[in-house]
Design a protein around this ligand. Structure first.
Ligand code: AMP
Ligand code: ZN
Length: 140
């Protein structure tokens, strides 16, 4: 029996209380069409167990999720004729997470479709870059 949250949109959707266009499901994961797709065939993959973000998940579900992403991602590309696929995962509101049940977006991409992600910046110098890397390492 999966842990669920009665107030969670995706838990309710997994339980069939809210309709969804399911494309794949197994004991651990549930995959369905995003209702407001970035492009045709945009899929969301979620673990059945309720966890708000990536950091709240029990580690055991990781392998099943990656397997499902590869399986469903390949099928999305074949079915839509996409030439590429973005896998996107937002954690917390500041990063654009709207639904607090961890999920991965599989977004089919076509050359020149204009959906390219965020712009890239740069570091002032290698010293600044080294300091940022050091801060992350010391937080591990
Ligand atoms: P995020 O911003 O990463 O939390 O993504 C949430 C996604 O859930 C958005 O892309 C929404 O379009 C999608 N969404 C919200 N409600 C539903 C629903 N009932 N069925 C399918 N997708 C949904
Ligand atoms: Zn949930």
């Amino acid at each position: 029996m999966s842990a669920h949250n009665d107030d969670c949109l995706f838990c309710r959707l997994i339980r069939g209380e809210i309709p969804s266009a399911v494309v794949y499901e197994n004991e651990q994961v549930y995959a369905f069409l995003d209702i407001n797709p970035v492009s045709r065939g945009h899929v969301l993959i979620v673990p059945r167990d309720h966890a708000e973000t990536l950091f709240d998940m029990r580690p055991g579900a990781d392998a099943a999720l990656l397997d499902a992403m590869r399986k469903v991602g390949r099928a999305v590309m074949l079915a839509t004729g996409a030439e590429g696929l973005n896998v996107v995962q937002n954690n917390y509101k500041a990063a654009g997470q709207e639904v607090p049940h961890v999920h991965w977006h599989l977004i089919p991409r076509h050359a020149g479709d204009g959906h390219s992600p965020w712009p890239h910046g740069n570091y002032a110098d290698t010293e600044e870059m080294g300091a940022v890397a050091a801060a992350i390492k010391s937080a591990l």
